[in-house]
Design a protein around this ligand. Structure first.
Ligand code: HEM
Length: 288
């Protein structure tokens, strides 16, 4: 997989990252992050809004907006915007540099463009079932923060990543996001995996979303590969307990991952390193 020389490739995690998974720590107060529905809902409405914005001809006439929505960089865009909203609203996700308000300030949208973008964002939040009060809170925070922020263009990850880390060799957050999104998409459509009715019920419960699982997997893989992210989800045991995942389902999952890595032209050495990470989770996932 070639390092994605993305315009956006990373508004990278700043120092002082949350050291602990969000799910592992009880928060004393209800935060905007909670009122938005947590990481699974935020990831779902970010992806939905991003799709609508990308298909909006008026917004795409703005050259900076168009560059940000370059098709190759869209998986990373979804991931980083989700991480940024979560971190800025009280979640334990990874704060980004530049922050979302700084990138928004750099976009310098006209009032008309901004209203248009927010129309899509509110619609996506409606569809995700986010209460209007939380929607308004997010909008007014981001609009105010954008006015006060120092404009900063999205940056590439190369200058932040250790050159020889697996993270850098894979192509950073841009490439990892693209692989993981495709993996989760194929997993959710696989007949063996969807033959497990407990898995199907969990995905249909609304408690978790495919987009949220993608975001958490990107964090997990990026962290394990030595990248500047921390995993903020639940433990593998807690998230798979009760699903009674069989060896056959595990093998089907591994085969999908192998196929996706091949499609993305990840070299054998890097694939071996990824499978070593995945194999270490098997005992907490299969037969639980
Ligand atoms: C290959 C190794 C795997 C990894 C690294 C992995 C990782 C994850 C992660 C990060 C989450 C989200 C945790 C959270 O919400 O905080 C998750 C949830 C989930 N995973 Fe996996 N997973 C793996 C294999 C599988 C397999 C083989 C299946 C099914 C056949 C599966 C089905 C699920 C389901 C249904 C959930 C949502 C559970 C719930 O919260 O109700 N996973 N997984």
């Amino acid at each position: 997989m070639k390092p994605t020389s993305l315009f956006l490739t990373a508004m990278l995690a700043s120092a002082g990252l949350a050291q602990m998974g969000a799910g592992m720590k009880e928060k004393a107060n209800d935060t905007l992050f909670d009122r938005l529905g947590g990481i699974h809902k935020i990831a779902a409405f970010v992806a939905d809004a991003e799709e609508m914005e990308a298909n909006d001809e008026m917004l795409m006439k703005n050259p900076r907006f168009k560059a940000l929505f370059n098709p190759a960089s869209r998986p990373a865009l979804r991931f980083l915007v989700t991480e940024s909203i979560a971190a800025e609203t009280g979640g334990m996700q990874n704060k980004q540099t530049p922050s979302l308000p700084q990138v928004q300030a750099w976009l310098a949208l006209s009032q008309e463009e901004s209203n248009r973008a927010w129309m899509h964002r509110m619609k996506a939040m409606d569809r995700a079932g986010v209460p209007k009060s939380a929607q308004m809170e997010l909008r007014s925070w981001l609009e105010k923060a954008t006015k006060m922020a120092k404009p900063m263009a999205p940056q590439t990850m190369e200058k932040f990543a250790k050159k020889d880390s697996l993270y850098a060799r894979l192509g950073g957050v841009g490439a990892i996001s693209a692989v993981v999104e495709e993996f989760v998409k194929q997993l959710a459509a696989d007949p063996i995996v969807t033959g497990n009715e407990r898995v199907v019920a969990a995905l249909a419960s609304g408690r978790v979303t495919a987009e949220g699982i993608s975001v958490l997997l990107i964090e997990q893989l990026a962290e394990a590969a030595g990248g500047p992210f921390k995993y903020t989800g639940r433990s593998m045991l807690a998230s798979h307990q009760g699903l009674m995942i069989s060896e056959k389902e595990w093998d089907a999952t591994a085969a999908i991952l192998k196929r996706v890595l091949d499609d993305f032209k990840v070299p054998a050495k890097e694939q071996g390193e990824i499978f070593a990470v995945i194999a270490s989770t098997k005992g907490d996932i299969v037969g639980r």
